[in-house]
Ligand binder design. Sequence first.
Ligand SMILES: NC(=O)c1ccc[n+]([C@@H]2O[C@H](COP(=O)([O-])OP(=O)(O)OC[C@H]3O[C@@H](n4cnc5c(N)ncnc54)[C@H](OP(=O)(O)O)[C@@H]3O)[C@@H](O)[C@H]2O)c1
Length: 292
Amino acid sequence: MNVLAVDGHSQLKILITGAKGLVGRALVEHCSRSGDEVFAYDHNALDIADARATESVISARRPDAVINCAAWTDVDGCETSPEKAERVNALGPENLARASRNAGALLITISTDYVFDGQKEGFYTQRDQPRPISVYGRFKLEGERGAQEAHARTIVVRTGYIFGPGGKNFLSNVVTWAQRGQKLKAIRDYWGTPTYGGDLAVRLRELAVLDLPGIYHVVSSGDGASFETFSVEAFRLAGLNSDLLEVIDGDSLGRPAPRPRNSRLKCLLSEAVGLSPLPHWQDGLARFISHG
Ligand SMILES: NC(=O)c1ccc[n+]([C@@H]2O[C@H](COP(=O)([O-])OP(=O)(O)OC[C@H]3O[C@@H](n4cnc5c(N)ncnc54)[C@H](OP(=O)(O)O)[C@@H]3O)[C@@H](O)[C@H]2O)c1
């Protein structure tokens, strides 16, 4: 089989960008625990928008795989500063792809469910045509395509609604904020497939071992959830009083960037290449709440 390592326990040389973000941290932890040689670069250590710095770091380290967890994830910020969004989210992956190709490394770059327009009922698969409706989604899609064009040995991992330790987003903080007595607004009419960062990290490494280029949709199992459904489950697991939860319509927030109303993902490839489904998001949430 065409694999970077013969089994999941073999040691890899993995270079991780965005190493201090939600997914980056989980991945550094998982790869280190798996015995890999990990080169972890946070934003300060490597700006992926800087082509020359990217080339120099990757050519010096000569990793087996580069896993890109860096992105500008402020969806509303991207809407109002498109030049920065393009530099980081479109040119960044392309820079990494070129440098990975020159160094003979596999590239895995993370993309988003926001490449879709949200009009579909049901799950988005790789057969669905992306049609981003926000600046963030548009440049993430350009990042996917730029990376694939620059380097054939690229794996694009689309995911969404991620939660886990160190996350800055609503899903990662709903319990902590409620425990501080904060009232929370939970959106009831936007749906995605919640994904536990720890489980995503395990899958990213499995994909590095497999070394089979293509686009993968990687999300926790389950039928998906709205922010309301997710919050209600988080409150239940944490033993919190749901009076703190105010249920609202997403559009009432007047956010600068439009979001897809339904961005639930399913993968056509994972099972075919021998990967089992990730644990259910409620299982991931229970683990997150009980031990971070
Ligand atoms: N969170 C979600 O729900 C979600 C959903 C779909 C897809 N994704 C994708 O998943 C990936 C990981 O996101 P995440 O949730 O871990 O986000 P995150 O917590 O915001 O982490 C992203 C990291 O990238 C760093 N970064 C920003 N600009 C950079 C640059 N120019 N060069 C190097 N590093 C840079 C950030 O550092 P600073 O904070 O110091 O700038 C941050 O540590 C991203 O590709 C994101 O688009 C996330």
